[in-house]
Design a protein around this ligand. Sequence first.
Ligand SMILES: [Zn+2]
Ligand SMILES: [Zn+2]
Length: 253
Amino acid sequence: MGQFPLEESLSCFGFCERCGVRHGLPYGKSVVYAQAMMEQFRSKRRLDYEVCDEEADPGLSFDRVLPGDRGHMFGVMECVGSVGETVWLRAFSSLGTGIRDVNGWVPYLVETEVFNRVVLPKQLEIKRLTQVKNQLDLNDPARQRWERERKQISRGLMPVIHDLYQLSNFRGETEPLKAVFKAKGGIPGGVGDCCAPKLLNYAASHGLRPVSIAEFYWGGTNKSGRKQPGDFFVACEEKCQPILGFMLCGIDK
Ligand SMILES: [Zn+2]
Ligand SMILES: [Zn+2]
C-alpha cells in the first residue's frame, strides 16, 4: 500500500487504450463500509445478514456458503445517484455453490436464466468428464479419449461465454468480453465473475457514478496463507485489470 493510507490508494484500475491513461477508483470510504460489513459477517455468519434470524435462509449461512476453510472475495462500492444521494453496492465473487442471486447483492453479468440454459449444462458435462477421466489409470488409453472430449466441450464453451458477458462503461457503451479483453495469451476462465466488474456493470447500467471501491477476502485462511480474512486486495491483475480500463472509462466526467 506504499506510504499512503489505504483510503487514498487505488483499489480498482486498468489502462484505457482509447484515453491512453489508467482509470481508477480509490478505496476511499468503502473501507469503512467494508469493515462494518465484516462486523456483520462475524456476528451473523450469513450472507443475508440484513434480515432477522427468523427470516434468514439456511442456504445462505457461511457454514453452507464458505464450508471448511473455504474463502471468497467480497466487494463494496460507494456510488452517487441521480439526485446526489449516496448508494452502496455489495457483491460476492462466484461462490461455487450455485448461489447467484441474493437479495441486496448485485447480480452476475449474465442473467441466471441464461446461464442455467446455456452455460451450466456444458459446465456440468465438463465436470462429469473430468471425474470419469480421473478414475481411470494413468496409462489407460480411454483416459486420453475422455480428456479429448472434455477439452473439445470446454473449447466450444469459451467463445459462447465471451459473447454472453457484456461489459458496460460510463460513456454509455456496452461491448462483449471478447472485444474488451486485451491482455496477451487469451482470456482466462472466470473473467467478469469478480466483484469489481459486477459492481461497475451494475452502476453503469443504473445511472450510478462510482466514487470508491474496496474488495476484501473472507472465510478460512487460504492454502498459501496469502489471504487472511479481512485483508483488502486491489482488483486482480489476471482477470480484472485487462477489462477495467474499458469499464472505468467515462468515470471521471
Ligand atoms: Zn478479479
Ligand atoms: Zn478511457
